[in-house]
Write a protein that binds this ligand. Structure first.
Ligand SMILES: Nc1ncnc2c1ncn2[C@@H]1O[C@H](COP(=O)(O)OP(=O)(O)OP(=O)(O)O)[C@@H](O)[C@H]1O
Ligand SMILES: [Mg+2]
Length: 398
């Protein structure tokens, strides 16, 4: 099991009060009856007013379980949940506010809409339940259906909708009351790529306009990176790292985070200079003169002279046609072993000198032949450094 790490400290603007906390989860754990392992294990996080926080992680890691505990549909075994300053669940006293009193909007992963109601009736239901006057219900329902692209389908019964349409109705139903807190479990999973992009933008705009707190669940890293103010990346019920999308991408806390978010090429090298507070200089094996700079999340464990892996994002590698002789400064040589045309670009497998095989992408206008000698120019800095004994296990070279 990977070690969990402390959340990134929040950098508030000097002088400006930090936004209020909308949801606070403290040390939540949950084991389902009959199961031997914890579906959620010691999870703590905060969602502030006006913020989107995403639970990201592979299938089965405990995302939906966490969201369902916040909504009151599952009871945690341990831990506390607060909405603002108010306790919602305190396991040590046995207190748990019933779900209908929690006043959150939720879209379930299964987007259950009521089959015996039309689109319009589904979306109007939460307003009717809250005794909104009918003069207000009509325009609200119309506006939200317009937003999710379902205008014109008001009278359609629930069962006669496609999966993506049902998902949009579920989203409209959760948004129509303009709740202060919104829980979204994979709300775009059934939409095609274009609609998904559009809905992502709409939800982000609405969230900004209403300044609401959103706890969002996805296993899609692009969705997480683009929507979130902060991400909690979870593996096997344990938060591996939480912080801004930028932090998780640039300074992954462990190999799981590094390989889950984006792609990483691992190059073998040796530490030339180490500075606990800053980047270390690493000489790349197999290159005559290639030194790059990278940071380690645990710099104390890496000393000058140590063999290490340096994690390089593929977009930080440039392919250069070799013109005979040794690779110049800042570059390493290699040979194209396979070239696959995948539409907008080429995907190359490169046998890098004295390194393992890597996969990188190249320009479709300038294809390389299999067997061609090339040089790779590595960006000089901004990489991540990893002790060589622990780095390779989860490496995804390409
Ligand atoms: N009702 C249940 N009873 C027993 N085990 C459950 C139940 N619901 C979920 N689990 C188990 O708990 C773990 C976490 O499940 P959860 O639904 O929270 O995962 P998830 O991260 O939402 O995954 P996905 O991305 O596939 O939706 C899984 O191992 C799952 O099999
Ligand atoms: Mg789920």
């Amino acid at each position: 099991m990977q070690t969990a790490v402390e959340p990134e400290t929040v950098k508030a603007d000097a002088g400006a009060p930090a936004p209020k906390v909308a949801i606070r989860l403290e040390n939540l754990s949950k084991t389902y009856p009959g199961s031997e392992f914890k579906a959620v294990d010691g999870l703590s996080l905060e969602v502030r007013v006006g913020e989107v926080v995403t639970l990201l992680g592979p299938s089965g890691c405990g995302k939906s379980t966490t969201l369902r505990m916040v909504a009151g549909l599952e009871e945690p075994d341990e831990g506390s949940i607060y909405f603002g300053d108010d306790a919602v669940v305190l396991t040590h006293t046995g207190f748990s506010l019933p779900p209908e009193k929690r006043n959150v909007g939720m879209v379930f992963q299964s987007y259950a809409i009521w089959p015996h109601m039309t689109v319009e009736e589904n979306v109007a239901f939460p307003l009717k339940a809250r005794k909104f006057p009918s003069s207000e219900i009509r325009p609200r329902v119309a506006a939200i259906l317009e937003m999710v692209g379902m205008a014109g389908m008001e009278k359609r019964p629930g069962p006669l909708l496609s999966g993506g349409q049902q998902q949009r109705v579920a989203l409209a139903r959760a948004l129509v009351t303009e709740p202060r807190t919104l829980l979204l479990d994979e709300p775009f999973s059934n939409l095609d790529a274009k609609l998904r992009e559009q809905m992502r933008l709409e939800v982000k705009l609405l969230q900004k306009r209403l300044n609401i707190a959103v706890l969002f669940v996805t296993h899609d890293q692009v969705e997480a990176l683009s929507l979130s103010d902060r991400i909690a990346l979870i593996d096997a019920g344990v938060v591996q790292q939480q912080g801004s999308p930028h932090l998780l991408y640039e300074e992954p806390a462990n190999a799981f985070v590094r390989d889950f978010i984006g792609k990483t090429l691992l190059f073998k090298g040796r530490v030339e200079t180490a500075n606990p507070a800053g980047p270390m200089a690493i000489k790349i094996d197999g290159a005559p003169d290639c030194v790059v700079f990278g940071r380690s999340y645990h710099p104390d464990g890496i000393k000058v002279g140590n063999a290490v892996f340096i994690g390089v994002r593929p977009e930080d590698v440039e392919i250069v046609a070799a013109s005979g002789g040794e690779a110049p400064a800042g570059m390493i040589g290699g040979t194209v072993s396979t070239a696959l045309f995948i539409g907008e670009r080429f995907e190359y497998q490169i046998a890098v000198d004295d390194q393992r095989l890597i996969v990188i992408y190249g320009d479709r206008h300038d294809p390389l032949a299999e067997g061609a000698k090339i040089w790779l120019r590595l960006r000089a800095d901004g990489h991540s450094a990893w002790p060589s004994d622990r780095s390779g296990a989860r490496a995804s070279d390409g």
